[in-house]
Design a protein around this ligand. Structure first.
Ligand code: CA
Length: 464
């Protein structure tokens, strides 16, 4: 089998539950669904730290944030850290990254390992985005999602066709402040979007959740809402009005991504590349779509922890599969290297997903994962630093109550507190069982597993 081309499409903050292939209750994404129908949908793909820069650093470096140095939004990825694109180049791949980077700019942080790079500065702009094309700042007129798709297609057209390619197309959308283009500005105008099941969560026995400042009814800004709040509404009506303002703009941004993924898939068809190109659609993390009454991410809760992961590669992947096995963003780098026939460095901490693509589950496949959100009490969201373990059935989270000196954090001590959820009985994580005497054996086993994972991954930074 010839080595595949790899097209890695990653959006920013697109939760799996806003994709119809994942049974979204609130929108349709027919183009994204094409990837799932022609390949596989992974139902348990998780990020190790649910925030932009850290997730991107994990994907590139193949190691967790305590080792790649990007623990928070304010850290940059030192480009002396080994990343997989350099290794793909070394085995003859043409490599490119187009779109969001968010790992720093300048000689110490610019992308390395890419034959072509053209990236948005920082968070990037939705309209007429300035970009650094191989370090030169230029403005690209148009809507970011269209612009990045055009640039990606143009790069594929102009590539050296004698060699396989690896392309990262990284969208800015649907990141805050959720600015849709004119084409989708009135989508959903006459529709009432249903609220999620936990929209009116009261945060009982979850102090960290109660303290967070990312509530739809209280914390969305005038810039987010883009219209003055109507007078005369009851509190419930006002909350619902804000939810509709937020979620419709979010879904309009998603609709543009869906259209543009359709365009890029059409290009692969027209160019005869569909059979021999592995296409992935994912997002750097999930997002709360009114779940728990929130927007944003950061928490280890399911909606934020879960990444969409759709993959198509007809030469290897049987179409229409649903894969329940646990996968993580740290697994992406070894996956790409195996597909390219490159050696996987022993320092990389993930596991190649290629056996799962082939429908073969290794006997010792991972059944637990380690999560760590390092930022503490950031000025906007007030989310407490935490780490935890998720198994197939349970999740144990520890909020350790201090910043440990991480960037972008405030060193305000917060209560040290634990949460335990039984995901079979309580999939929406509203019943913290940690203090339940009957849960003691489960807690003990999960604490052992947490310690085993931290030890194996060499994460030693704990509170004093
Ligand atoms: Ca993000």
């Amino acid at each position: 089998m010839p080595r595949p081309n790899i097209l890695f499409i990653m959006s920013d903050d697109h939760a799996a539950h806003a994709i119809s292939a994942y049974q979204s209750r609130i929108n349709q994404t027919p183009q994204l669904d094409r990837i799932a129908q022609g390949g596989a949908r992974f139902d348990n793909c998780f990020c190790t730290n649910s925030i932009c820069a850290p997730s991107r650093a994990v994907i590139l470096s193949g190691v967790y944030n305590h080792l790649n140095g990007v623990k928070t939004l304010d850290d940059k990825l030192d480009n002396r850290v080994l990343t997989f694109p350099q290794l793909l180049q070394a085995v003859g791949y043409q490599t490119a990254i187009i779109g969001k980077w968010h790992l720093g700019h300048g000689p110490k942080w610019d992308p390395v390992g890419f034959d072509y790079w053209n990236v948005l500065p920082g968070q990037g702009e939705y309209f007429d985005p300035p970009m650094y094309e191989m370090g030169q700042k230029k403005v690209f007129p148009g809507y970011a999602t269209d612009v990045l798709t055009d640039l990606s297609i143009d790069w594929m057209k102009a590539r050296d066709k004698s060699r396989p390619f690896f392309l990262m197309c990284h969208h800015k959308a649907p990141h805050r402040p959720w600015q849709p283009d004119a084409r989708h500005a009135h989508l959903y105008d006459d529709v009432d979007i249903p609220e999620p099941y936990t929209f009116n969560d009261q945060y009982e026995a979850r102090m960290a959740a109660d303290a967070a400042r990312m509530r739809v009814d209280r914390d969305l800004t005038a810039e987010d809402l883009k219209a003055p709040v109507p007078s005369g509404l009851t509190p419930e009506e006002e909350k619902h009005w804000k939810y509709e303002r937020y979620i419709k703009d979010y879904l309009r941004c998603v609709a543009s991504i869906d259209d543009n993924v359709g365009r890029i898939l059409d290009y692969l068809d027209e160019a005869g590349l569909a059979e021999n190109t592995l296409v992935i659609y994912t997002s750097d993390q999930g997002f709360f779509l009114g779940d728990h009454g929130w927007y944003d991410k950061r928490f280890m809760y399911e909606e934020s922890l879960r990444m969409p992961f759709l993959v198509r590669y007809p030469e290897m992947i049987e179409p229409g599969q649903v894969r329940p096995e646990m996968a993580m963003n740290v697994d992406f780098a070894p996956t790409f290297l195996e597909l390219a026939g490159a050696l996987i460095p022993e320092t990389f901490q993930g596991h190649s997903l290629v056996p799962l693509f082939r429908g073969q589950v290794p006997a010792n496949w991972q059944t637990s994962m380690y999560y760590r959100y390092w930022m503490h009490m950031d000025v906007n969201h007030w989310v407490w630093a935490h780490y935890g373990v998720r198994t197939e059935r349970y999740k144990l989270i520890y909020y350790y109550g201090e910043s440990l000196g991480t960037t972008g954090s405030h060193n305000l001590p917060t209560p040290k507190t634990w949460e335990l959820f039984d995901l079979h009985e309580d999939p929406f994580e509203t019943r913290n069982l940690y203090a339940d005497p009957g849960a003691a054996p489960v807690v003990e086993a999960l604490k052992r597993e947490l310690a085993r994972l931290q030890d194996g991954l060499d994460d030693k930074a704990f509170e004093g």
